[in-house]
Design a protein around this ligand. Sequence first.
Ligand SMILES: [Zn+2]
Length: 689
Amino acid sequence: MLFDINNSTEVRGIGAGFDPDSFAATLLEARIEELVVIAKDVNGLCYFPSEIGPHHPEPDAKNLLGRQVKACQDVGIGVYVVYPVWWDEHLAIHHPEWLMMGKDRSTSLPAYGEPPAISQMCLSHPGLLEVVKQHTSEIFAHCEPDGVWFDMVNPATTSVAACYCVRCVSALEEAGESPVDPVVQQRRQNELCNATIKELTEYARALRPDIRVLYNTMAVLGTAERLPYLDEIEIECIPTGLWGYHYLPVHGRYARGLGVPVYGLTGRFAKHWGDYGGLKHPTQLRSELASTVALGLRCDIGDDPGPALRLDPAVYGTVAEAYQEIERIEPYLRGAAPVSEAAIVVSGPPLSQFAAEMGTDDEEVSSLVDQQLNDAPEMFLENIARGASVTGLTQLLQASHIQFDIVDRADDIERYQLLVLPDTLEVDDELAGRLQRHLDDGKAVLAVHGGARLAGADQLWPRQLRDAFRGESTFERPYTRLRGAALADIGERYREFDFALYVGADLWAVPEGDDLDVYAKLTEPTSDPLHLTGYAIPPSGEPTEYATVVRSGTLGVVSFPLGLGYFRHGYWIYRELFQRLLRDLLPDPLVRSTAPGSTEITVTQQEEPERWIVHIVNHSPLRHRRGGAEYLEDPIPLRDISIDLDIDGPIETAFEARTGTVLDVRRTDDRWQVTVPEIGVAATVVLTR
Ligand SMILES: [Zn+2]
């Protein structure tokens, strides 16, 4: 559980509702094992005695941190302290020269008398780090937390980082580099982030060798090089707020492979941080936790109990209900490792998130997005396209119940049976060689659009298709027509139907031959749309010989941006074509199920005792307004859901751990099969040797 409490000096009654005994009793009742408490808030006020301060004018506020830490430790609850690094309103006012600066030399400091904004400070200023270090030593003198969470150290708030403050500009110019080059800027900000993390972690560990140190927003590209200085990774994601329900599956599948424990942090809020009076429906919170643990992540919930620090029975009753359910399945979560047969391969500038959905009602975040769009439009749009294509492919694999990770191209990608290459992946000669060897070893690759192309060349990387590339279609919205096995799968009625390719396509001349199937071909639109239809959309014209979906052995390729297209448009035919290729490339998937595509199914494994755990999460929202958050409050129960698993060796027993229901387990076609009679929010099926 994490507290997010931020007070201005005008607020009165700080800690007025804090009673250590009832505080601890409420946390224990809600099954909270670890609490993250505010050491300093974003206004810059310290809740521990500090020589440099500042403190809230109420005298009791100065000791509030230690009182919370003691209340928890007296009853065996672990405590972390959270300390915001680059958001500090006090420092922003007193040291405006430390603020990050846009290309137009604007900063986030609001006009006098205006409410504070996110005051993003630049990590290049030694004075800032000296303040953080002094505060850290004062916190450790005041209390003995189990961990310290340095909040907001990643300078790429949304996706692109750049700073035009005098230190950043001078450093780049002295190195002979251009400050207006977004690639140069992103690299410098990544270096500053790494240097800051190293310095703060080493400082904290020197003071307290057993301290656990973590930083938020580290489920980003390039985190592998920061790992020596991170004990844990926290993925901040309140799906009903800024992040949406696609963020955690993508970033969780990426971060869980980095080798440190990963937490998924949601919030008890109906919407976003600071949403007083907005309390999530208990079923929605249960659903969010079910998805979190299904990904193999630990769960965390954020609250803002307000300045009085009074824990509200409605909030903690909701949290208790959700955590009690997790407690019932906890024996099957501890030490359980995800089992993966496939991986989406990613690459890109360090610090980049897979930010697909940056549209937000939050004005502060919107202004940061606007700044990035102004300062580095190309890189910003590339990041959004990368995030959208990875998210679209994640949706497709999830809907197909495939077990997969998201991995950096520098990782050991060879260990997966199937590699999925997103629309935006840059495949250079080195990666192309590895992918070709993967195919030669009999393993599978599904390459989408740019992921099939050799970077910087008018060629595709797969050997048998090398010379197929003929450029990009000049039409923004061409069409595709099914044939062969794809037509047989989907239905004869579609033989002459031209399906829209909403995000364009490349032109691939693919000669059909032995072991090379063309599942769909391109149809170009008729020209001159304005004279043809009332909607200015050119209808389909003549079919061409260019292929759009091809299978050759264990290789599947798609000539249009299928991930981006599915994320933006959700067109069912893209899913059908993707699943046609999956059946060819991964004929014996780990899981087959009768559950609908909205259901998340994941498999984890424990070694002692040897058990397989199948998480089935029923993602079943109520109707919501266009662009709004989903309401997971009254799921339609799933009944008699069959799960069959490609597992070797004996399975003796199977049961559903949330209800204790014993399940019949049968061996059919070399697979183990169980049927789950009813699934409300989620089911956790345990199979033991
Ligand atoms: Zn700077």
